[in-house]
Design a protein around this ligand. Structure first.
Ligand code: Z7F
Length: 275
C-alpha cells in the first residue's frame, strides 16, 4: 500500500512554488516549503482551529462510545489513524528531496516515523485546559476511549499531547519537527544512510536557524525525547497484538490495508520472494 501511495502517478505531487523572495537564504526557503507542505496536509487546517470553539461530547454521547464493542472502537480508531497517516505520506512526498530517496528508504522512513508525526500533529487539536482532543467532530477526554481496553496507551497518548501543547509550537516548528521525525538517518534498515543524513542535515540547520530567529532555542530541550515517542509506538504495537489475540480475524478482515501493513504485518503476508 505504501509503495503505491509513493508512486508519483498516484497522488501527483505539486512542486511547492515558493513566492519569489530574494531576501531568503536556502534554509529559510526550506523552512517555507516545509511549512507549506505541513499546512497543506494537516487536518483541520490552522485557520479552522483558530476561530472555532469546539463542542465537547455530552454524557450520553460519551456513554454511547463507552458501550461500543471493543472491536468497533478499535476499528474506528484504526480508520482515523490510517487517514492521518495517509496525510503524513502526502506531507513526506512534498518534502524537498524525499522523493529523490530510493523507494525502499522512503518506505523505511515512513514505516518508522509516520505514527510519530501523527502523535505530534495531534497536539494541534488538543485542548490543554480540558485535556480533550478533537475526535469525530467534538472534544473527547481519555474516558471516551475506555472500550478500547488499553487505558495505559490512551493515557500515554494524552500525556504526550498535553506535554506538546504546553510548548505552544508554531506551525513552522511543528512542520520542521515532523520533517525531522521522518527524515531520520538513524532508522534501521536504511540502504543509503549518508543520503538521508544529508537531507536530515539541511532540515536540522533550517530548524535551528528558525529557533534562533524566533528566540525559541529553549524549545529543543523540551521536545518529547525520541525514546518517549518510540515507547509510545511500541506500546501501541503491543496493544495491537493483544487485541488480535482477543479478536482473531478482525484486524485482517476489517482494518485498513495500510494500517495492517504498518502495524500488523503477518509473516504470512510477506510476499514469497522476500521471505
Ligand atoms: O491529519 C492530521 O493533521 C491530524 C488528524 C487527527 C489526528 C489525531 O489526533 N488522531 C488520529 C486518530 C487518533 S484518535 O483521535 O482516534 C485517538 C485515539 C486514541 C486516543 F487516546 C486519542 C485519540 C488516533 C488513533 C489511533 C491511535 O493509535 C492506534 C490505536 C488504534 F489504531 C486502535 C486502538 C487504539 C489505538 Cl491507540 C492513536 C491516535 C492518536 C491520534 C488521533 C492527528 C493528525
Amino acid at each position: 500500500v505504501l509503495h503505491g501511495a509513493l508512486s508519483p502517478v498516484g497522488g501527483g505531487t505539486c512542486s511547492v512554488l515558493l513566492s519569489h523572495c530574494v531576501t531568503r537564504v536556502p534554509s529559510e526557503l526550506l523552512t517555507q516549503s516545509v511549512l507549506l507542505s505541513h499546512r497543506a496536509t494537516c487536518h483541520p487546517r490552522a485557520e479552522e482551529l483558530q476561530g472555532h470553539r469546539w463542542a465537547t461530547f455530552t454524557r450520553e454521547e460519551i456513554c454511547a462510545y463507552q458501550s461500543q464493542p471493543m472491536a468497533e472502537m478499535w476499528q474506528r480508531c484504526a480508520r482515523r489513524v490510517t487517514e492521518a497517516i495517509e496525510r503524513v505520506v502526502e506531507f513526506a512526498k512534498r518534502l524537498r528531496g524525499f522523493l529523490e530517496l530510493s523507494q525502499h528508504d522512503q518506505i523505511v522512513l515512513l514505516k518508522a516515523g509516520a505514527m510519530e508525526v501523527v502523535l505530534v500533529r495531534m497536539c494541534r487539536a488538543f485542548d490543554a485546559a480540558t485535556r480533550t482532543v478533537l475526535f469525530e467532530g467534538k472534544l473527547a477526554g481519555p474516558e471516551l476511549f475506555r472500550s478500547l481496553g488499553c487505558p495505559e496507551l490512551v493515557a500515554s497518548i494524552f500525556d504526550l499531547a498535553q506535554g506538546l501543547s504546553a510548548l505552544r509550537c508554531s506551525e513552522s516548528e511543528l512542520g520542521l519537527l515532523s520533517a525531522l521525525l521522518l527524515v531520520n538517518a538513524g532508522r534501521p534498515w536504511l540502504q543509503d544512510r549518508p543520503r538521508v543524513a544529508r537531507l536530515q542535515g539541511h532540515l536540522d540547520v533550517a530548524f535551528r536557524l528558525l529557533l534562533r530567529r524566533t528566540r525559541r532555542e529553549g524549545l529543543l530541550a523540551r521536545l518529547p525525547s525520541p525514546g518517549q515517542l518510540r515507547a509510545l509506538c511500541s506500546q501501541h504495537l503491543e496493544q495491537v497484538q493483544a487485541f488480535r489475540r482477543l479478536h482473531p480475524g478482525v484486524v485482517s478482515a476489517s482494518f485498513p490495508p495500510l494500517y495492517r501493513e504498518l502495524f500488523a504485518a503477518d509473516p504470512a503476508d510477506v510476499p514469497a520472494g522476500t521471505r
